[in-house]
Ligand binder design. Sequence first.
Ligand code: PLP
Length: 295
Amino acid sequence: MALLILQSPIPLQTLQLQHPQSVTVARLDQIHELVSGNKIFKLLGYIDAFKKSSYTTIATFGGAWSNHIVATAYYCYLSKIKCVGFIRGEYPSVLSNTLQLAFNYGMQLEFVDRSNYKNKDAIKQKYPNYFWINEGGYGPLGVHGFKTLRSLIPSFHLYDYIVSAVGTGTTLAGLSFITASQQQIIGISSQKNNLSLENETLALADPSKWSQIKLFHQYHFGGYAKHPPELIQYIKQVYSKHQLPLDIVYTSKAFFGLEDLLLQNYFPTNSKILFLHTGGLQGNASLPANTLSFL
Ligand SMILES: *Cc1c(COP(=O)(O)O)cnc(C)c1O
């Protein structure tokens, strides 16, 4: 079944910048108001495999603001698949917006305290009848769906650089299967000191493209999900300059990294750069009300 939200081309936004390079943003955040970005693409391969299997329920993991959890809940809702989300932390007195949304889409929520959450294999073993999807959709099945992304960005082959935020590296690996040999893939990690990320990314990537993938690690703003005041300030500034809304976990750090690399003349003059806006804006609801003007 083709998803209706994946039927139209991804909107593209070309930015006005003081650089000889051009930057176009692929607005994956606009494919759906709540379930946006790269997560749906990562799920395509999993859902295909699930449908070919004899399993009857999908299960996965995530935190209270996880984009992957909402995307899974939504996709399963559309496909009428039973799904269970194993959520990090105790049962809260009030559900986060993200979890409320997932619940409304019909996901069964199971809360797992932080120490047990670390041992995901033990949880999986307890429920062998579930079709398990890794946290964040990491895995070989997660890369297949990016072929669909390629068909939704007809001008994809015209860019010299594709720049994306990186969590698990699955998206970056997915991109390696749709880029041509002259295109470079730049990933900006949202984590601090994740030294295994390169290997985890390359493990899923097209080996013939390994040398075209480059990861940057210095734009984490203190670590995963950390959003100090200077990051919030930066998000506001980008929004007022370009009307480009960014999320606090991934895309703001990636866009900051891209702007910093432009300033350092990392990219040759006249390079054409495509920045993937990987979505995640729903997670900004974790901020106090009115922190950002675009929510
Ligand atoms: C999950 C996520 C990422 C990271 O994607 P990976 O495939 O795990 O590297 C990037 N941006 C947003 C907005 C995300 O939600």
